[in-house]
Design a protein around this ligand. Structure first.
Ligand code: NAX
Length: 344
C-alpha cells in the first residue's frame, strides 16, 4: 500500500446525533503499543463513552501494509464511537485538525545503541512532526509523547511548533507512576484503586524518582505503611528498571501497560484527574527550580482540560538530589539535540 491517505481510509463523518467527533492522531499506529492503544481509544476509555472519534493513523512507508491490517481489524471491531479511520504516511494528513495526538512511533533502541544514539536517531522525527503539528493541528491540540527518549522528543516537537502553546505538549511518565502504584499494591495487599498520589519526578529513564512522600495507601500515608529502606531501595529500583525487566522476561518491551498508561494520561488531561495528583512531563516554567523549557515530570492535577503543576510541596534532601540528577541528564540531552531546537 502506498502512502496515499485515501487508500484504506473509511468514510469520515464529522456529525453525530450528540457530540461532534474529535480527531485523534496516533503515530507508529502499526506498532506494538499502537495495537493495544487504538482499541482503548476506540472503545471510549480515553475521551469518554459518549465521545465519537475519527482516528488518524500515521506510519512510515515500510509500516503501511501492517497499518492496513490494523485498520481492517479496527473496522471489524465495529466500534460505535469510531466515525472514521484514516491511514497515511504523511504527518500533514495525520495531524490535520487533530484535537489529540499520541506521538508513539519512533525507532526502538537496539542492543548496539546507548541513550545518546537513541536521542540522535529519533530527534529528527520529532522536528518534522513538530512542524506538521504547527502547520495543521487544532490550536487546542493536546500532545502526548510516548516514543523514546520521550522527554527530549517532546522538547523537540514543542520547539518546532511555535503556534501551539508549550502547555499543550507533554511526555509520558504515567507508566512509571502506574508501576509505582502496582508495587505498592503488591507489597501492601491493598488494591491499586485505594493507592493515591504517588508520582514521578524527572525523566522517563532509570534516574526517575517515584516520590512516595505524599502517597496514601487505603487512607494511610505510604511512608507509615512501608519501610524507608524499601521505599528508597527495592521499590525505587523496581520502578526505575521495570522496562528492562519486562523486556528480559517477555522478550519484547512493555506495550499493553504503556498503552494503558497513555490512555490514563490523556483521559485525565481531557476529562480531569478528580483532584488526584498525576505524573505528567511538561515543559518547565521554572517549577521546583527546573530550568525553563526542559520537559520534566512533575506532580500535576488536571481540570477543565488543563494540567496544573502542584506547587509548594516540601522537597527533602533525597528528593532534591533526585531532581538534580534528572535535571543534569535532561540538560545533557537538550545540549545533544541543540541543533534540532532552532526553527529554520
Ligand atoms: P514498535 O517498534 O512496535 O512500533 C513503533 C512503530 O512506529 C513501528 O510500526 C514503526 O514503523 C513506527 N514508526 C517509526 N518511525 C516512525 C515515524 N517517523 N512516524 C510514524 N511511525 C513511525 O514499538 P512500540 O513497542 O510500539 O514502542 C513505541 C515507542 O514507545 C518506542 O520508542 C518505545 O521506546 C516507547 N516506549 C515508551 C514508554 C514510556 O513510558 N514513555 C514505555 C513503552 C515504550 O518503551
Amino acid at each position: 500500500m502506498s502512502g496515499d491517505s485515501e487508500e484504506g481510509a473509511s468514510k469520515v463523518t464529522d456529525e453525530t446525533d450528540e457530540k461532534k467527533a474529535i480527531r485523534v492522531a496516533v503515530t507508529g499506529a502499526a506498532g506494538n503499543i499502537g495495537y493495544a492503544l487504538l482499541w482503548r481509544i476506540a472503545s471510549g476509555d480515553c475521551f469518554g463513552k459518549d465521545q465519537p472519534v475519527i482516528l488518524q493513523l500515521l506510519e512510515i512507508p515500510p509500516g503501511m501494509q501492517r497499518l492496513d491490517g490494523v485498520m481492517m481489524e479496527l473496522r471489524d471491531s465495529a466500534f460505535p464511537l469510531v466515525h472514521g479511520i484514516i491511514g497515511t504516511d504523511d504527518s500533514n494528513i495525520a495531524f490535520s485538525d487533530a484535537d489529540a495526538i499520541f506521538l508513539v512511533g519512533s525507532r526502538p533502541r537496539t542492543k548496539d545503541m546507548d541513550r545518546s544514539d537513541l536521542v540522535a536517531a529519533n530527534g529528527p522525527i520529532f522536528v518534522g512532526q513538530g512542524k506538521a503539528i504547527d502547520a495543521v493541528a487544532s490550536a487546542n491540540v493536546k500532545v502526548i509523547t510516548v516514543g523514546n527518549p520521550c522527554n527530549t522528543n517532546a522538547l523537540i516537537a514543542n520547539a518546532n511548533a511555535p503556534r501551539i502553546p508549550s502547555s499543550q505538549f507533554s511526555a509520558m511518565t504515567r507508566l512509571d507512576q502506574n508501576r509505582a502504584v502496582g508495587q505498592m499494591a503488591e507489597h501492601s495487599g491493598v488494591p491499586a484503586s485505594k493507592i493515591h498520589d504517588v508520582f514521578i519526578w524527572g525523566n522517563h529513564a532509570n534516574t526517575m524518582y517515584p516520590d512516595p512522600r505524599f502517597a496514601t495507601v487505603d487512607g494511610r500515608l505510604a511512608t507509615d505503611v512501608f519501610e524507608t529502606d524499601w521505599l528508597r531501595g527495592a521499590f525505587l529500583d523496581t520502578v526505575a528498571t521495570r522496562g528492562k525487566a519486562v523486556i528480559v522476561s517477555r522478550g519484547a518491551s512493555s506495550a499493553a501497560s504503556a498503552a494503558s498508561a497513555a490512555v490514563d494520561h490523556m483521559r485525565d488531561w481531557w476529562q480531569g484527574s478528580n483532584g488526584r495528583i498525576v505524573s505528567m512531563a511538561l515543559p518547565s516554567e521554572g517549577w521546583y527550580g527546573v530550568p525553563e523549557g526542559l520537559v520534566f515530570s512533575f506532580p500535576c492535577r488536571c481540570e477543565n482540560g488543563k494540567a496544573t503543576v502542584v506547587e509548594g510541596l516540601p522537597i527533602d534532601s533525597f528528593a532534591q538530589s533526585k531532581i538534580d540528577e534528572n535535571v543534569a541528564v535532561l540538560m545533557e540531552e537538550r545540549e545533544a539535540v541543540g541543533g534540532l531546537l532552532e526553527i529554520s
